[in-house]
Design a protein around this ligand. Structure first.
Ligand SMILES: [Zn+2]
Length: 302
């Protein structure tokens, strides 16, 4: 089963990133836009299917009780590449201290299916050195446990954490030595801030993946600003995700996210805005139109 890598941007839906009261509605608008525009990829989270705070809890219960896949339950196109994130991001965002068990997350991924499964990890950002070392050790143990159990066609994605380039590189190399892992993910926030250091680390990581003859490569988690997107691809990043497409507007001129509450005039030339007489001229565009515009513009420019 091949992964669709035609567009490196993977739109992610996470209830933890939608601050609107109608969180579930916004999540569903995202699904609608993905279906309508035949977007090739989507990332959703195990958390949203199993936690009482999750936007797809109803669907999660249906999947678990009836053995149906998340893609089927959400009426996603058959050829879509579905990424199932582990839920660690949401646990952190909601400040939930009781961490999931990596093998429980893996068991849910087996039920929900999809094409790429992120192995659960402890975050490292903003922690003391000793805590980071502990998180890294736990994450490597999680990856080893999941790899020992793994069967079936889904690809495993492991997240490498580290407080500097050397640490990120060495943790990535350890994860890469596990043959079941075919995607290494790094959080955008843990990459060096300086452009040259960032470029050098990404190129080293991409090179290490190529040396190991992994068929799929390097994923960057939670890319905030789209202005780096094309650089990342040139440096060897294969895919990256963001949740901003659901809650912000991608400005067609600056290619940066702006607040979703205001439009920017009649000038967007993306496939969606052209076809539908530029619906974002309104001062307060409809959320679904903003989402459709974001995805269409991303498809057009990447
Ligand atoms: Zn547009």
């Amino acid at each position: 089963m091949g992964l669709d890598l035609s567009i490196p941007f993977v739109p992610a839906i996470s209830g933890a990133s939608i601050r609107s009261k109608s969180c579930r509605d916004v999540a569903y608008m995202g699904l609608e836009a993905v279906r309508e525009l035949r977007y090739p990829t989507l990332m959703i989270s195990v958390f949203d299917f199993v936690n009482p705070k999750g936007v797809f809890l109803k669907e999660g219960i249906e999947c678990i009780n009836n053995g149906i896949s998340a893609a089927e339950c959400l009426a996603l196109p058959r050829d879509l590449t579905l990424y199932l994130d582990s839920g660690g991001y949401e646990l952190t965002k909601f400040g939930i201290k009781t961490w999931y068990d990596a093998l429980d997350v893996y068991a849910i991924q087996q039920v929900l299916r999809g094409e790429v499964w992120t192995i659960l990890d402890y975050p490292a950002r903003g922690k003391r050195r000793s805590e980071i070392a502990r998180a890294i050790a736990s994450n490597i143990r999680f990856a080893e446990q999941v790899c020992a159990l793994h069967y079936g066609p889904a690809r495993l994605m492991a997240v490498a954490h580290g407080s500097n380039s050397e640490e990120l590189y060495s943790v990535s190399s350890k994860l890469l030595s596990l043959s079941e892992i075919s995607i290494i993910a790094v959080s955008d926030k843990e990459l060096p801030l300086a452009q040259t250091a960032k470029k050098s680390l990404i190129q080293r990581l991409a090179g290490a993946l190529a040396d190991q003859r992994k068929d799929v490569g390097l994923h960057i988690l939670g890319i905030g600003s789209p202005v780096n997107w094309t650089d990342y691809v040139h440096w060897g990043v294969t895919t990256f995700d963001s949740t901003n497409w659901l809650v912000k507007l991608l400005n067609p001129t600056t290619l940066n996210w702006t607040a979703s509450s205001k439009g920017w005039g009649p000038n967007c030339e993306c496939t969606f805005c052209r076809e539908f007489s530029r619906p974002l001229r309104a001062a307060r565009p409809h959320t679904l139109d903003s989402i459709r515009h974001n995805l269409a513009l991303i498809k057009d420019v990447l």
